[in-house]
Design a protein around this ligand. Structure first.
Ligand SMILES: [Co+2]
Length: 465
């Protein structure tokens, strides 16, 4: 999920604190940002583990079905399904994925993400101040941090694998969203219906399904017009999984028509550049510059017109805090003026967006989702329906961003009036879709990376992207 950057804001969608952050040097780290385990962890001894365990789960997921294989796959799948026992076997996932990972992995550790060693640089030796900050971070350490993160990431990989399989021309956006949301709820083992259950684990923000010139923050709403995926569409799939508030934010782009291959490749390469440059003490302006350089070295030919790919200027990657998708740091995709650095214990959503249009997004009409603004007093809120809706929001979403679909999933009805009151009082922020000019195309790729003390872990990395 993209974070809006300061320039050109009409309102501060993601918290006013964030608007000045890219120009500031490192602000004090909130408690919630910490929680990285120090030292060696389960299954960490060698880097090859990663690939092996991913492969292992890959076959678990599919039970002999390879969702992305081409040619005659329908038939093969049916045969496999016929063979499969009704009851799920330990270690096996169903198709579509609906078995909680806790049952599949039993006592086995969840697979690690991609582990990358930090590059040793003599100029970047730890200062005493940084060591002290590190000690402070250890004080907030949570033993379950990595376990929760890796579980959320594995849920993301399994669910997106199926989403990639079904995101083909003819599918409706609401079917695709439902499939993703059912998958995340099932695999985390939290259906999110009883009070408070969605806060334990599940969807971290509204499922983003953005077509073509819609860059970010579009989701199918209940009662909205059906949107059907077309052969010539460029679709960004951006969804988040959390386990105990540990949020994995990861996104990819699909397009059936190969004319967009270069657009997708430029953005994939730009995101990988950002991930490569990320690290403890890495300067954010340097990362942004590297991202832009890679992205804008590509061009794409659409309808016999050669168009340079441009890095989108006014949304950014961002750090992630517990239960909070957008922290106080932003990573633009264009070179920016800041002396801010990444820090040990930070969690970053490294995402990039490339566009064939103006590469500047504006708010469109419509609603993507809502998020509680903790800094606004509720004392003046008298409206009974607004008060009861607020209670539902606080009990079930906390500071997680949620959609109308998620409210209706819980059986909440007639919330429009109460929501209007909460939004007009500033108690809840309302997020709009973000669009470029019509007839342009935007692609996005995104991963979540943990800046652990001794290595960085691209926790959402899979064999797909
Ligand atoms: Co994001």
């Amino acid at each position: 999920m993209g974070s809006k950057s300061p320039e050109g804001h009409r309102d501060t969608l993601h918290g006013s604190g964030g608007t000045t952050s890219i120009f500031a040097s490192n602000p004090p780290k909130p408690d919630a940002a910490s929680g990285l385990l120090h030292g060696k962890l389960e299954g960490q001894d060698n880097d090859d583990d990663d690939e092996d365990s991913n492969k292992g789960t890959g076959s678990d997921i599919e039970s002999g079905i390879t969702p992305l294989e081409s040619g005659g796959q329908k038939k093969k799948r049916r045969n496999n399904r016929g063979r499969k026992k009704k009851k799920a076997v330990i270690g096996q996932q169903t198709y579509p994925p609906r078995i909680a990972l806790a049952n599949i992995f039993a006592n086995k550790p969840y697979p690690e993400g991609q582990i990358v060693d930090y590059v040793q640089d003599e100029n970047l030796q730890r200062t005493t101040a940084e060591e002290l900050r590190h000690q402070a971070a250890l004080g907030n350490m949570d033993d379950d941090f990595l376990k929760d993160y890796r579980e959320a990431a594995e849920v993301h990989r399994q669910v997106r694998k199926h989403a990639q399989d079904i995101a083909k021309p003819g599918i409706s956006m609401s079917d695709l969203a439902q499939n993703i949301e059912d998958g995340v709820r099932s695999l985390t083992g939290h259906q999110g219906i009883e009070a408070g259950d969605a806060l334990k684990a599940g969807l971290a923000f509204p499922t983003g399904l953005c077509l073509n010139h819609v860059g970010a923050h579009w989701t199918p709403n209940p009662g909205g017009k059906e949107v059907i995926l077309q052969y010539d569409d460029v679709l960004k799939v951006d969804f988040g999984v959390h386990v105990n508030g540990r949020i994995v934010d990861s996104a990819f782009t699909v397009a059936s028509n190969p004319i967009y291959d270069n657009l997708l490749e430029s953005v994939r390469a730009a995101t990988n550049t950002g991930l490569r440059e990320a690290g403890i003490d890495a300067r954010i302006d340097h990362i942004s510059g590297a991202i832009q350089e890679v992205m804008e070295s590509y061009e794409v030919e659409i309808n016999k017109k050669v168009i340079p790919v441009k890095a989108v200027k006014n949304i950014t990657g961002h750090n992630i805090l517990r239960y909070k998708i957008h922290g106080d740091k932003q990573v633009p995709f264009v070179k920016s003026k800041t002396t801010q650095r990444m820090e040990e214990g930070d969690i970053f959503a490294i995402e990039t967006f490339g566009s064939t249009g103006r590469a500047y997004l504006r708010d469109d009409i419509g609603v993507y989702g809502y998020g509680r603004n903790e800094n606004v007093s509720t004392a003046g809120l008298h409206h009974a329906s607004a008060r009861s809706l607020l209670k539902t929001i606080d009990n079930n979403f906390g500071t997680l961003v949620f959609s109308r679909r998620y409210l209706e999933h819980m059986g909440v009805k007639n919330y429009h009036l109460g929501m209007r009151s909460l939004v007009s009082n500033g108690i809840v922020d309302c997020y709009a879709p973000l669009v470029d000019v019509p007839n342009s195309y935007i692609a996005q790729f995104e991963h979540t990376v943990l800046l652990r003390p001794n290595c960085k872990e691209i926790v959402s990395r899979g064999d797909d992207y």
